[in-house]
Design a protein around this ligand. Structure first.
Ligand SMILES: NC(=O)c1ccc[n+]([C@@H]2O[C@H](COP(=O)([O-])OP(=O)(O)OC[C@H]3O[C@@H](n4cnc5c(N)ncnc54)[C@H](OP(=O)(O)O)[C@@H]3O)[C@@H](O)[C@H]2O)c1
Length: 284
């Protein structure tokens, strides 16, 4: 018997890159999934979800918008867990607000980001170890015009404050740059960048990236929900590479992380699977 048998969980933003894998793996483990999309009539957003094994019996699609207050009330009702994939500040508080209204929710797993961890102005030399105690500094993000980092940091800070005040159990998953084969027909930002680097429409920036495979990220959400002793924040990074070297797969010494995944999908496999999937979907 799989772990999730008879359990009901909610996944927000279900048609996205990470969420699609999460829905697939949850169904595989026997969960009943209440999945939200903004437009359930848009086949491009739903067709791949409905094709997953178990979807016919255990996947229920709901229309919900993160920015509409109360939009998630009927969705989280009866769920034991909620996995928030697209939590901008208002969306996070909106879904958490729905979660506190129902007795059934045991835990909420929020997809945050390394963007909410490492942008604090500290110099990142090779001896510096980043860990889950780090928080990006909103003032620094604002000064440097790092708007995505700012929004993820504010959203996560607000989530922890809300959870403390209302006494709900939340966990954040903080992935680095997520790559891997997309299940959805459209491309999210991070996979689109792999496509552009491979087909030469984008130049390699002089920067270091913290890669992690989408399947590892989806699994981490499930482990965080299922494991009673899980708590706090989880930084998810498989490999730290200079972007240009990531496609040639040469090891480089870079800032280390105390929580690089110990058993992660190797970067070679992630990149190969990403590129093969892009070829299969005729993106080249
Ligand atoms: N990809 C990465 O490298 C990475 C790394 C760290 C953290 N993250 C975080 O992980 C999450 C998902 O990333 P992703 O790469 O999987 O993104 P994605 O493929 O672009 O998916 C985002 C999803 O969010 C939904 N969404 C956007 N605005 C919404 C709204 N107002 N109401 C309801 N749903 C809304 C979209 O749903 P509809 O289809 O219904 O429009 C879409 O399916 C984000 O929170 C991102 O910040 C991503």
């Amino acid at each position: 018997m799989s772990c999730g048998e008879s359990k009901v969980v909610c996944v927000t933003g279900a048609s996205g890159f990470i969420a699609s894998w999460l829905v697939k793996l949850l169904l595989q483990r026997g969960y009943t999934v209440k999945a939200t999309v903004r437009d359930p009539n848009d086949q491009k957003k739903t067709e791949h979800l409905l094709s997953f094994d178990g979807a016919k019996e255990r996947l229920h699609l709901f229309k919900a918008d993160l920015l509409e207050e109360g939009s998630f009330d009927p969705v989280v009702d009866g769920c034991e867990g909620a996995e928030l994939i697209e939590p901008a500040l208002k969306g996070t508080l909106n879904v958490l607000g729905s979660c506190v209204k129902v007795q059934s929710i045991k835990r909420v797993v929020i997809t945050s980001s390394m963007a909410a961890v490492r942008f604090n102005g500290k110099p990142l030399t090779a001896d510096v170890i980043i860990n889950e105690s780090w928080f990006s500094d909103p003032a620094f993000c604002e000064k440097e015009k790092l708007w995505y980092m700012l929004s993820k940091t504010l959203a996560e800070e607000a989530a922890w404050k809300f959870a403390k005040e209302k006494g709900i159990d939340i966990i954040t998953i903080n992935p680095g740059w997520v790559i891997g084969p997309p299940l959805q027909p459209t491309l999210n930002l991070t996979v689109e960048l792999v496509l552009k680097l491979v087909n030469g429409t984008e130049k390699f920036p002089n920067d270091t990236y913290r890669f992690v495979d989408v399947r590892d990220v989806a699994n981490a959400h499930i482990l965080a929900f299922e494991n009673p002793s899980a708590s706090g924040r989880y930084c998810l990074v498989g490999s730290v590479k200079h972007r240009s070297e990531s496609l040639f797969l040469t090891d480089v010494k870079m800032t280390s992380l105390s929580h690089q995944l110990t058993r992660h999908t190797p970067l070679e496999v992630s990149l190969k699977d990403t590129v093969e999937s892009l070829k299969d979907k005729n993106f080249f």
